[in-house]
Design a protein around this ligand. Structure first.
Ligand SMILES: *Cc1c(COP(=O)(O)O)cnc(C)c1O
Length: 232
């Protein structure tokens, strides 16, 4: 940033959990430092909370692990509980006012179904439902159960790492999985799990019961215990 802040408008990050980039979890201190640097150099911090938002990491938003807030935040997915497709971009007043008072043409996006009333109502109900419910406790319970039930995987050959945060569990292997071979195996065990690359991961719905969650972790342990059959 010291060298390039004159050319940079904003920094965009997935807070705490990097999704498609490898399902990495990183330390909140990193986010705090990025926030400080953005403030120091007058850059906007954009956080993509589409995967992490609405409780997934154990906090309502992952940025809360670092006790910071972004200038722009992207949310989607769990905002509607998956019932309807929906996404939103939230900004500070300063960013919103700057866009509103900017020249015509800038940020003039007008999707056909923008501000869809039905989807907005569904999402508001979904958020109210989440808040009406002890979601923190449920996610803690899921986290503990997934940690306990996936821990045998740490001992299996070919496993690089097992990591769990909130309602996200990841088993990282040493090499990439052959989807054509592993998918029918999961289906035969009654679950739909879609690994990518070296990663087998689950982000189950918060309403999952203990038995169903055990079915997911059990099938992962089963497959990982004989992972050689499913590698390229
Ligand atoms: C799914 C996902 C997106 C894409 O969201 P859409 O609402 O489908 O455009 C972007 N970022 C992250 C981190 C996601 O998980």
């Amino acid at each position: 940033m010291l060298e390039h802040h004159e050319e940079i408008a904003a920094v965009i990050l997935e807070p705490i959990v990097q999704g498609a980039g490898g399902m990495w979890f990183y330390h909140p201190q990193y986010l705090r430092c990025v926030r400080e640097l953005c403030d120091e150099y007058g850059l906007l911090l954009i956080l993509d909370e589409i995967a992490t938002g609405f409780g997934r990491t154990g906090k309502l938003f992952a940025s809360e692990h670092a006790e910071i807030s972004p200038d722009i935040m992207c949310v989607g997915k769990a905002i509607s509980g998956g019932y309807m497709s929906f996404a939103a971009t939230l900004t500070t007043d300063q960013v919103a006012q700057t866009i509103s008072h900017g020249g015509a043409g800038a940020f003039m996006h007008g999707p056909t179904f923008m501000a869809n009333a039905l989807t907005s109502a569904v999402s508001l109900s979904n958020i109210a439902l989440l808040h009406s419910w002890p979601w923190q406790e449920k996610i803690k319970t899921m986290e503990e159960q997934m940690k306990a039930e996936l821990s045998p995987c740490e001992e299996y050959q070919g496993v690089a790492d097992v990591r769990v945060l909130g309602a996200i569990a990841v088993v990282e292997l040493d090499s990439a999985i052959d989807l054509k071979r592993i998918t029918p195996e999961f289906v035969n065990q009654g679950v739909w799990i879609r690994p990518f690359g070296k990663l087998i991961y689950i982000m189950p719905p918060y309403i999952i019961n203990k038995e169903d969650l055990s079915m997911l972790t059990g099938s992962i342990c089963n497959v990982v215990s004989r992972i050689k059959e499913f590698l390229h």
